[in-house]
Design a protein around this ligand. Sequence first.
Ligand code: IPE
Ligand code: IPE
Ligand code: MG
Length: 235
Amino acid sequence: MPRHIAIIMDGNGRWAKKRFMPRIVGHQRGVESLRATVKACRDLGVEYLTVFAFSSENWRRPDDEVSFLMSLFLKMLERETAGMHKNNIKLKIIGDRSRFDIPLQKTMTDAETLTADNTGLTLTIAANYGGRWDMLHAVHQLLQDHPEKCTSFTETDLQAYLSMSAAPEPDLFIRTGGEQRLSNFMLWQLAYTELYFTDTLWPAFDVKELKKAIASYQDRERRFGRISEQLKQAE
Ligand code: IPE
Ligand code: IPE
Ligand code: MG
């Protein structure tokens, strides 16, 4: 079983469009898919689930879609946090929060504080997140704390300043919606992750689809630069 699954939840708009509905209906349905996926991961014993909810590039969308997504995010947190807490889920939010309005920032912090000591699944939501932002931010912080390391810091030093420093790197990456790209998601952490792409649109993604992705992962050989025979020897 993968310990850490990272998902780009893509295809909400197209799901709605196919049904002659406005894109926002797809986003609403996407929240249902997320709830089902969180539950399935818990049941399957996955320890970390990290999902891309809003990228640093998504501000380029039409204003009304952006503001709908912001209010959906706020509503989702208000509605779901207590249930997550009851289910022992630890909620974390990564990304640059300074661009969100104050009530949303406060709700995010409250949800994290409430669930901080939970020991079940860690659900991380990436919001106004970008992989390049994450790395730049980490370098800035590291050099601020350790200017003497300017030309000598190591991968481990940098890793400690990245937003996912507390979690193992993702074992399995899933992108729904048919596009085969990373769209600036977790660029550092995905270096050795197994990638899985499906045409299924996010609102249609369900437990069956999740199990298919996990089965594909379980079929792969993770060599991390070694050759197959070395892995067999080590077994
Ligand atoms: C993903 O679905 C959700 C967000 C980016 C917030 P999209 O909104 O990108 O849906 P498509 O890709 O246009 O179908
Ligand atoms: C990536 O989806 C971001 C999220 C799912 C939050 P996009 O739909 O924004 O990605 P691109 O623009 O097609 O690469
Ligand atoms: Mg998209």
